[in-house]
Ligand binder design. Structure first.
Ligand code: AFD
Ligand code: MN
Ligand code: MN
Length: 431
């Protein structure tokens, strides 16, 4: 397998980190043993964790107004794969990449698949883009895409999604994520029911093109760019559409796409209960779709989401397999560092959720022992599982401290030389 960072640098880094890590790991192991938990089992569990990378996340994002690109940004899909390979090499938690078309459309699909395969990277669900017009496009999406009143725009949007499926198929993907910015900016602009009818009609065309072993993920979002009403505004609409379309259609929960203070873990519980939880876009936010690194604002919410996922897994077993993906936008940090941090934070919530004593919690709930029920969760959340995560990485060939090792490798400075900025070459854009 090809690696981007010299494995000697990782080994050197780990040799230095080993003594402290072993001491911390032993101390945590002892503490967990007193709670009836086997640290080795938890470390093995941590090693199974995987979250996919968004191809658009390795470039600098931006605000509504501007983008301040950093040095050495990837300029094409192959360079994006290189950066994703670094993230996976240093975390061993991100083996899949989620591409966005047409931004990442390769001229030679087989070559791209082969290129990723050399790093042992695979492809997660592919994303369509009908939220902006492309150069030379015949019909505009200014007034909507899958919901447009123009039959031509709708047909073009359906066709684009079908093409995404074809590309994804050639890459070995198994899903299509559809996020549309369709909606209305003003009351009265649009017949609300009519727009959703057109959406469903278009999505039936997309659904019909799905291979048997594929799923389509419907991503809801409350706001922007349609400020008054987005067509797929909430999980209820998403759920209704996924139900209407059929068993291959599921709901995707992007953590930043809700009103502030929304109880997202309950949405997760509801979707899991009815078999429609397709997957996640993990990120964090203070106000809205801030697309901050996972766990940077509200790590307890992330934990509570994973607590629901652990509950669903315990109930439904192997059959319950939502797909995990990061979706964030980096304006002022090195995207590689931010994505590594996020992968680790999501993995942390996953491991912490395994610390919840589910039998004890069920008994507290049964006894209406409200205080202890809440404490059962807090107890798991407060446990610092960092030594487990570091040991899991070390055993999988990654460094104990991914950001430290990345900085020591000089990767970014080297890319700054190899990838001089080209105007308009970054297809990461403002997302
Ligand atoms: C936008 C949306 C959404 C989507 C992403 C990629 O808010 O999060 O997943 O674009 O299509 O940021
Ligand atoms: Mn998203
Ligand atoms: Mn978003």
């Amino acid at each position: 397998m090809n690696t981007v960072i010299d494995s000697g640098i990782v080994e050197q880094h780990n040799a230095k980190a080993m003594a402290n890590l072993e001491a911390d790991y032993a101390a945590l192991g002892g503490m967990l043993a007193r709670r009836g938990k086997d640290i080795e089992q938890l470390t093995a569990l941590a090693q199974t964790f995987a979250v996919a990378l968004p191809s658009w996340g390795v470039g600098t994002g931006g605000t509504r107004f501007a983008r301040f690109p950093g040095p050495g940004e990837p300029r094409n899909v192959f360079e994006k794969i290189d950066d994703c390979a670094v993230i996976n090499q240093l975390t061993r938690a991100t083996p899949l990449v989620s591409l966005h078309f047409p931004w990442d459309k390769p001229t030679d699909v087989a070559a791209l698949r082969e290129y990723a395969d050399r790093y042992k990277l695979g492809f997660d669900s592919v994303n369509s883009n009908t939220f902006q017009d492309q150069l030379g496009q015949a019909h505009t999406y200014k007034y909507g895409s899958l919901t447009a009143l123009s039959a031509e725009s709708r047909a073009q949007a359906v066709q684009h999604n079908v093409e995404c499926i074809e590309l994804g198929r050639a890459l070995g993907s198994k899903g299509l994520t559809v996020w549309v910015g369709d909606g209305a900016n003003f009351p009265g602009q649009q017949n609300l029911r009519g727009a959703l009818e057109r959406y469903l009609d278009s999505m039936r065309g997309v659904y019909a093109a799905l291979p048997d072993d594929w799923q389509v993920y419907i991503e809801h979002k409350l706001f922007e760019p349609a400020f008054y009403a987005t067509t797929i505004a909430d999980w209820g609409t998403s759920f209704a559409c996924a139900t209407e379309l059929g068993p291959k259609a599921k709901c995707l929960v992007d953590l930043g796409h809700h009103a502030p203070n929304t109880n997202i873990e309950m949405i997760v519980a509801r979707l899991a209960q009815f078999g429609k939880l397709g997957g996640f876009h993990f990120n964090d936010s203070k106000y809205g779709d801030d697309d901050l690194d996972s766990g940077s604002i509200n790590p307890f919410q992330l934990f509570l989401i994973f607590n629901e996922l652990a509950d669903a897994s315990a109930r439904d077993g192997e059959a319950f397999k939502p797909s995990y993906m990061l979706d964030q936008s980096h304006n002022v940090t090195d995207p590689i560092e931010s994505l590594m941090n996020s992968a680790v934070e999501v993995q942390r919530a996953f491991v912490q959720s395994a610390l919840v004593d589910r039998a004890a919690l069920a008994q507290y709930q049964q006894d209406n022992d409200v205080l202890q029920s809440a404490q059962a969760l807090k107890h798991a959340f407060r446990t610092d599982v960092s030594p487990i995560l570091a040991m899991a990485r070390l055993r999988s060939g990654a460094p104990a401290d991914p950001v430290g090792c990345y900085r020591a490798s000089g990767y970014r400075a080297k890319q700054a030389e190899l990838r001089p900025a080209k105007a308009g070459a970054s297809s990461s854009g403002i997302v």
